[in-house]
Design a protein around this ligand. Structure first.
Ligand code: C2E
Ligand code: MG
Ligand code: MG
Length: 689
């Protein structure tokens, strides 16, 4: 029974169950109407019997007839009267005297008979209050024995009065044939039953239609709600909810038993090791790739949301075109997409997929003749390699993506050291201001060398945090955190203060060096920056020309108008402006050429491998040519081998920086090296640290 219900649609169930009250109502109605019809018909019979008695018979009787009996002549006259009145239904009539004797009957054999002691109905009629008409079936040895053989009858008693008041002078006992009456009754009943049936059927059909159409509307609404809850309306892709569900389904229960690596607490950030026996039967992993579009906010801000939306749709279409049917593509947030690869053969497979989707985004997206470069950073994590369940997998991929974002267009596979929970990040941020006050932020300096002469021309100041518990923390682990808050202002001023102080010290010692300092995007949104830098230059008596600020392409693109104002202000002071990590962003050359910039620093991802990679070498060569044509000073960072150094010199690169020349080092360690180097004319490998 229950199973039947489960299979029956909700509408079907309502239809079925609503039939029950409708049928019950039908029966009750039919029953009530039937009773009414029968009662009405009996009342009619009663009335016609009374008419027969009062109009057809009584006028031919006198009180004397009743008292003394009728003469044969009177009996005959009554017979004629009853025949001519043609009371068709009349089956029998008896006229009783008050003394209980039959004075007349159409069956003459009955005349003269006396009342039986048990005939209550007649007693009542003679007493003046007759019972209502009733249907009887005559039977022998009863009061109706004389009517046996006449079929079913309606029995009516009518008191016989010659004066209005006083006891009746006698009574009529009249029997009408029930046959014709029953035929009328059953005809009326059939008609009524048909009307009731049709009416209720119509009512039920209307109800069913209302319920069915309401249920259809509800089902449509439910489907639409489900779609809205699980799909992104802009791209039509699954959203985070559906993606998470699918990831969980792909992982299944098989990966839930993974134990933490021995000795590592099962806390956030712990490293997890799959149990060998829990590896999937097919040896496959479930990989999640999280993609974040670089510079999308800028497209939205400068070209408007309709272009932004079109870019998001185009990216969705391109990504979908690259994916195998069993991989799932979703849009998780504004410019964040996710790919679920349920049968990855390890990290290599996931990385190949990352490269494929990045390649799909390489061709510019064109709108109204404007070509936009869209690049994606990708974070990768796998079950069972990095996580146990869907939530952990997404979280780990997110951490990897955070790391990938720090290098535009980068791909990062999750590693435990990426792990920094929200609470940890907050805790670290909380420590920044006290650290500033306690002087825990220090600068390392990395020399820059004129490649043609081999002379040290300047240094780049690189921030380090001497954390009391964590030791020496490199900037990549906290700069992006600080950059998201207003703390970046005081931290940058502190760095500038330290760098210019050091610059002044070196100048006093006769070391005439340029000083490069990195700025964050947020610094370029602060119109007060040129003024603050002017004040610091003044305080340390360092000429503005000795200072260069390094900014990344993306930093200038976040709010181009303010950024250009701030950079113009610095240029007006005489401070140099350098584009750091050049080539890793997606700014166009035309855009960069408009900026008040004097220097390009080629990103080390092209420089370091250039001798082994013709593609990277071509990029470096082109950038150097470009810089020369735009009359820009060009610096190559990331020089690790003499080959690279020689090749760069041959290409005409102005300045070099890298581990080959020197690793970044504290001023105290670097100073003797600088003293030894300054004035020397050749490049020699060797680091002070
Ligand atoms: P950057 O400005 O591109 O700095 C160069 C980075 O490359 C430094 O990393 C340096 O140690 C590294 N490097 C230099 N030569 C080589 C080499 O030959 N091979 C390799 N593999 N790496 C080399 P570091 O010090 O970890 O700084 C990383 C980034 O942190 C910097 O990249 C810069 O963007 C940011 N940063 C550092 N200090 C500051 C600061 O004071 N303020 C801001 N806003 N950002 C800073
Ligand atoms: Mg730099
Ligand atoms: Mg750089």
């Amino acid at each position: 029974m229950r199973r039947g219900h489960a299979r029956l649609s909700l509408t079907g169930q309502v239809a079925l169950w609503s039939l029950v009250p409708v049928i019950v109502l039908g029966f009750v109605l039919a029953r009530v109407l039937q009773t009414q019809i029968e009662q009405r018909t009996l009342a009619d019979a009663d009335q016609s019997a009374q008419l027969v008695a009062r109009l057809g018979v009584q006028p031919w009787l006198t009180p004397r007839d009743l008292h003394e009996g009728l003469t044969a002549q009177s009996i005959h006259a009554l017979d004629v009267q009853l025949r001519t009145r043609s009371v068709s239904d009349l089956a029998r009539i008896k006229i009783w005297s008050a003394a209980g004797r039959i004075v007349y009957s159409d069956d003459h054999a009955l005349i003269g008979r006396s009342l039986g002691a048990d005939d209550d109905d007649l007693h009542d009629a003679l007493a003046g209050h007759p019972d209502p008409a009733e249907v009887v079936t005559p039977a022998l040895h009863t009061e109706t024995a004389s009517e046996a053989g006449l079929g079913r009858l309606v029995e009516v008693y009518v008191p016989l009065r010659f004066v209005r008041s006083g006891p009746p002078a006698g009574a009529f006992e009249i029997y009408l044939s029930y046959g014709p009456i029953a035929a009328t009754v059953s005809h009326d009943e059939r008609t009524i039953a048909l009307v009731v049936f049709l009416g209720l059927a119509l009512l039920w059909a209307v109800l069913y239609r209302i319920v069915a159409s309401a249920s259809r509307r509800l089902r449509r609404q439910a489907r639409e709600n489900d779609r809205l809850a699980r799909y992104d309306p802009l791209t039509g892709l699954p959203n985070r909810t559906l993606f998470r569900e699918r990831a969980a389904a792909a992982i299944g229960p098989a990966h839930t038993h993974i134990r933490p690596v021995a000795g590592v607490k099962a806390a956030a950030g712990a490293q997890w090791e799959p149990l060998p026996d829990r590896a999937r039967a097919d040896g496959a992993s479930v990989a999640v790739l999280l993609l974040d579009l670089d510079g999308f906010k800028q497209i939205n801000d400068t070209l408007g949301h309709s272009v932004g939306d079109a870019v998001l749709r185009e990216v969705a279409a391109r990504l979908r075109a690259q994916l195998a049917p069993d991989t799932l593509l979703a849009r998780l947030g504004s410019d964040e997409y996710a790919i679920l690869h349920p049968h990855a053969r390890g990290v290599e497979d996931a990385l190949t997929l990352a490269a494929t989707v990045q390649a799909a985004l390489q061709a510019p997206v064109t709108f109204d003749g404007v070509a936009l470069n869209v690049e994606a950073s990708v974070g990768v994590a796998l079950v069972p390699d990095h996580a146990r369940d869907a939530d952990e997998l997404l979280q780990r991929a997110d951490l990897a993506l955070d790391r990938a974002r720090t290098r535009r267009g980068g791909v990062e596979v999750y590693a435990p050291e990426h792990h920094r929970s929200g609470a940890e990040r907050l805790a670290l941020l909380g420590e920044v201001r006290p650290a500033l006050e306690r002087g825990e932020f220090a600068l390392f300096y990395q020399p820059q060398l004129a490649l043609r002469t081999g002379r040290v021309t300047g240094v780049e100041a690189l921030l380090r945090w001497r954390h009391p518990a964590r030791g020496l923390v490199p900037p990549l682990q906290f700069i992006s955190l600080i950059e998201q808050t207003a703390l970046v202002g005081p931290v940058t001023l502190h760095v500038l203060d330290l760098a210019l102080g050091q610059s002044a010290d070196w100048r006093a010692a006769g070391l005439d060096l340029g000083m490069s300092v990195n700025l964050s995007a947020r610094n370029l949104h602060d119109p007060a920056l040129p003024e603050q830098i002017a004040a610091l230059l003044g305080r340390h008596s360092v000429p503005a020309a000795a200072l260069t600020v390094e900014v990344t392409e993306s930093a200038t693109m976040a709010d181009p108008a303010t950024a250009v104002d701030v950079l113009e202000g610095l240029r007006a002071l005489g401070v140099g402006v350098s584009i750091d990590d050049f080539g890793s962003g997606n700014a166009s050359i035309a855009y960069l050429a408009q900026l008040p910039v004097g220097e390009l620093k080629i990103d080390r991802s092209f420089v370091t491998p250039m001798c082994a990679s013709p593609r990277d070498e071509a990029i470096v060569r082109t950038t150097i040519d470009l810089a020369r044509h735009l009359d820009l000073h060009v610096v190559a960072e990331g020089i690790e081998t003499p080959d690279v150094c020689d090749r760069l010199a041959a290409m005409g690169c102005d300045t070099g920086q890298g581990f080959l020349i020197s690793r970044p080092a504290p001023a105290a360690e670097l100073t003797p090296w600088l003293v030894g180097r300054l004035g020397e004319g050749s490049v020699a490998a060797g680091s002070p640290v």
